[in-house]
Design a protein around this ligand. Structure first.
Ligand SMILES: [Zn+2]
Ligand SMILES: [Zn+2]
Length: 283
């Protein structure tokens, strides 16, 4: 049998574990097929494909795009995309440039709050990794301003916290269009983040389907059983694909493990074939 995990982050975005090592962890966890879904970047995919070939794990090229619907941040996963597509590469580069412009502003806010941190220190700490808020969190820990990454996010970096800076993001329809242009199957990530249920959830998903959405991440580390049931029902009513994954990040989400999430995650392997068929139809 084996497990499926279609939502994993690596050091290419804000994860703490390199792609090949994530594959090794997946092997230990009994995962037979997975998708690396780094934020706005596909650079981890070749390393994952190579490690997957070596370990006998099927690797589906993936990505996770952030988008903004009004005030709500909506994450769209993309599966089976042509990760070497040059149009996609250009769009992703512009997205990431927007993020780089944001990080120095966060540092300015922290300095205004009296914290002795510089952007140079964040860059040095990130090394070759894509700079993000987890690096700022690590710097705040090193300097003794907080005792954990979670505290850094809660007090300073999370939405609504003291040094939070919003990003300029595409709309969900744009993100979905970019994925489909690159042959990727767009899937709504962790619907629990929408904080919606019943009719409002259904309407949001119907609106996303209208924009080209093809699936819903029904199985997710932090979904409660009744939420999983409701998301499954919405996916069925709208004739959308069902996917699932852990959203593993390594040390920044220490309670989430590859393949099993908080321990109880079970993504049926039967979900893989319909997803691959849908991706093949997009090519
Ligand atoms: Zn996400
Ligand atoms: Zn994610």
């Amino acid at each position: 049998m084996g497990r499926l995990d279609l939502h994993l982050h690596t050091t290419c975005s804000d994860g703490s574990v390199a792609p090949a090592r994530v594959l090794a962890m997946a092997k230990t966890a009994g995962v037979v097929a997975l998708a690396i879904t780094d934020h706005d970047i596909v650079q981890g995919i070749p390393e994952a494909l190579a490690a997957g070939a070596e370990l006998g794990i099927e690797v589906i090229p993936g990505i996770e795009l952030s988008s903004l619907h009004g005030q709500i941040e909506v994450h769209i996963l993309g599966y089976g995309l042509d990760w070497q597509d040059s149009t996609l590469a250009g769009r992703l580069a512009r997205l990431r440039a927007g993020r780089h412009e944001r990080n120095p502003v966060i540092i300015e806010r922290l300095r205004a709050l009296g914290l002795a941190v510089t952007y140079e220190e964040v860059l040095a700490l990130a090394g070759t990794e894509a700079v993000g808020r987890p690096h700022i969190a690590r710097l705040l820990m090193q300097k003794g301003y907080v005792t954990s990454a979670k505290e850094a996010f809660d007090r300073y970096l999370a939405e609504g916290a003291a040094a939070y800076v919003p990003r300029s993001l595409p709309t969900p329809a744009e993100a979905i269009g970019w994925l489909r242009d690159a042959g990727g199957v767009p899937v709504l990530a962790h619907p629990v983040w929408l904080k919606q249920s019943g009719e409002s959830l259904f309407r949001t998903c119907a609106m996303l389907k209208e924009a080209g959405l093809m699936g819903v991440e029904v199985h997710y580390s932090t979904h409660k059983p009744q939420q999983t049931a409701e998301y499954l029902d919405v996916a069925k009513r709208l004739d959308l694909l069902v996917t699932g994954g852990s959203d593993f990040h390594g040390v920044t989400k220490p309670d989430i493990a590859v393949g099993v999430g908080r321990g109880g995650l079970e993504v049926p392997t039967a979900l893989l074939a319909p997803l691959k068929e849908a991706a093949a139809r997009l090519r």
